[in-house]
Design a protein. Structure first.
Length: 337
């Protein structure tokens, strides 16, 4: 469970006239990152009902969409969700339409819903994305490069064949290869190839199924999204850059919540005791019991008299407690065995 990613407090903005934010005094008058959907009014899902809903007698688990962060009843997602342990994240119907590129990934990565479908026509629409003019130019350009590379490979094959040519021809070939390698180093060519490759275009070139339902995803699906320059630009335009952030996943939030709970449950006194030896542990426990007993007796007097405990009273108590402790320490006698 996590709150809105971009949500910030409204104190100090135009909603509050004479109140300044104590956390961020320099905040603007309007928090543009805040998105006030129906959740802020206690309404959820496509049915716009509260949770828990006193009029809903159907037991149903609510699932949060990782994109819009709204909560949905399982029966209102357009498909029967898989078992809770089979998927980690869900994208609702509206967000799948908004993030249309996810349909290309869904055919390879999404966890199948439990809805039984007899035919593809009943389940959805088979899409084959047509290449735009720019994509066609890129394909032709790439084809031209491949043709040129094929031609060069054939030339190299001819060079490798036994030949009766003179030594000057060999030197010319050697010079040509040296210039080629200097102009296009191996590492540079590899980097160019990796940066220009787009996983999304490869998936969109194949047939994939688009349905009017939510989709369910495994734990590691975000790491398989394309991060080429064009796709990163598309994520930014759709305001879904967080999809490539591994720290944004539901699993990451759950792990953080578990760690925070374990930290809160830890007793500072027990942590301190565990770091000490046996003698130090006994001494600390005795001092703690003495402090607890004396402080309880001291505060009981104020309770019996019905008076308020002031800061000076607490300070006076600890001064006397430290004085008594020094006196006890000075009276101790140590013997060697």
């Amino acid at each position: 469970v996590f709150l809105s990613r971009n949500f910030r407090c409204d104190c100090g903005n135009s909603k509050f006239k004479n109140l300044q934010c104590k956390l961020l005094p320099e905040k603007g008058k309007v928090n543009s990152g805040n998105k006030y959907n129906d959740n802020f009014y206690g309404l959820y899902c496509t049915c716009k009902r509260p949770y828990p809903d006193p009029e809903d007698e159907i037991p149903d688990e609510m699932i949060q969409c990782i994109v819009c962060e709204d909560w949905f009843h399982g029966r209102h997602l357009g498909a029967v969700p898989p078992e809770s342990g089979d998927f980690h994240e869900m994208v609702c119907q509206a967000c799948m339409n908004h993030c249309h590129f996810l349909w290309a990934y869904a055919s390879q990565l999404a966890v199948p819903a439990l809805t039984k479908v007899n035919s593809l026509e009943d389940e959805g629409i088979v899409l084959k994305v047509e290449e735009s003019e720019e994509q066609k130019k890129e394909i032709k350009k790439e084809s031209g490069v491949e043709h040129q590379e094929t031609k060069e490979e054939k030339q190299m094959e001819q060079f490798n064949e036994p030949s009766t040519s003179s030594g000057s021809d060999f030197l010319n070939i050697y010079g040509y290869c040296s210039k080629f390698l200097q102009k296009f180093p191996v590492e540079t060519a590899k980097t160019i190839s990796e940066s220009s490759f787009c996983k999304l275009k490869e998936l969109q070139s194949k047939q994939f199924l688009k349905k009017d339902t939510a989709t369910f995803w495994p734990s590691n699906w975000r790491s398989k999204l394309c991060t080429c320059e064009d796709c990163l630009k598309m994520y930014s335009e759709l305001e879904v850059q967080f999809l490539t952030d591994e720290c944004d996943t539901v699993l990451a939030y759950e792990n953080k919540g578990t760690n925070d709970q374990e930290t809160e449950r830890r007793d500072p006194l027990m942590d301190t005791l565990n770091s000490m030896n046996r003698v130090q542990q006994v001494e600390l426990i005795c001092e703690y019991n003495d402090l607890k007993t004396e402080l309880t007796d001291y505060l009981r007097r104020f309770a019996d008299e019905g008076t308020v405990v002031k800061r000076e009273d607490i300070q006076h108590f600890f001064e006397e407690f430290q004085s008594r402790k020094r006196q006890r320490t000075n009276r101790m006698q140590y013997y060697c065995s």
